[in-house]
Design a protein around this ligand. Structure first.
Ligand code: HEM
Length: 193
């Protein structure tokens, strides 16, 4: 079996190294299967690409699209344009949410790091998972079944109010997502306890 020595050690925040992916030890180093190690690296890279597309899209919708729509005087056109643009992004968001979730759970499995869910210092893992759960619920269940219809009704009755509420929800989700990205990068590279 092709093996890689040393690099497969997974650093646990707050010191020490975990044995995720470790198949044995030689000269104080852990070794692991090269193919698994490459898969882990690919999963991490895909995870970050998914996050960039997903949270980048949420940032664009929150800081640019919704504020521009709020300034449009023609409320019927505002709703139409929002539905066309957000509908396209929702499709992309569904795909990247799947990729981010699959790669995230694969990394936890590879690192044998499920117990992080029981440790408060890994709050950023909890936050990442919570954000993923919220978006998954919204994109796959609530939006197609309830939210789309409810928002259309609300925006037809009182467009300014509907878009203000929509903007507030996006701001909260974007802020939480950015804290999660900051915490994840800092935590994964040993900066946070
Ligand atoms: C099911 C949901 C998710 C799971 C299970 C998950 C799991 C993971 C794991 C295990 C790592 C590697 C940690 C380490 O190396 O110690 C990671 C890294 C990361 N995750 Fe997630 N994640 C999820 C969702 C998210 C979301 C929603 C975001 C963005 C808001 C995110 C952003 C990141 C970032 C930026 C990194 C750091 C990559 C690096 O610097 O190496 N993840 N995630």
């Amino acid at each position: 079996m092709a093996k890689v020595v040393g690099y497969c050690r997974i650093q646990i925040s707050g010191g020490g190294f975990g044995s995720g992916g470790c198949l044995g030890f030689e000269f104080g180093f852990c070794w692991c299967d090269m193919e698994d190690f490459i898969l882990f690296g690919l999963a991490r890279a895909l995870h970050v690409v998914g996050v960039v597309l997903w949270i980048g899209g949420v940032a664009f919708v929150t800081t640019t699209l919704i504020p521009s729509l709020k300034k449009m005087p023609d409320t019927a056109n505002r709703l139409l344009l929002f539905e066309q643009l957000e509908g396209k992004f929702a499709f992309q968001a569904r795909i990247v949410t799947l990729i981010t979730g699959l790669t995230g759970f694969y990394m936890l499995h590879y690192m044998q790091a499920w117990e992080r869910y029981q440790q408060i210092q890994f709050w950023w893992i909890h936050l990442m998972t919570l954000i993923w759960l919220i978006f998954t619920l919204v994109l796959f269940v609530l939006e197609p079944l309830v939210l789309h219809r409810r928002f259309k009704m609300m925006a037809t009755k009182n467009s300014d109010r509907a878009f203000a509420l929509l903007h507030r929800m996006h701001k909260v989700l974007l802020a939480l997502s950015l804290v999660a990205v900051f915490g994840a990068v800092a935590g994964a590279h040993g900066l946070l306890l």
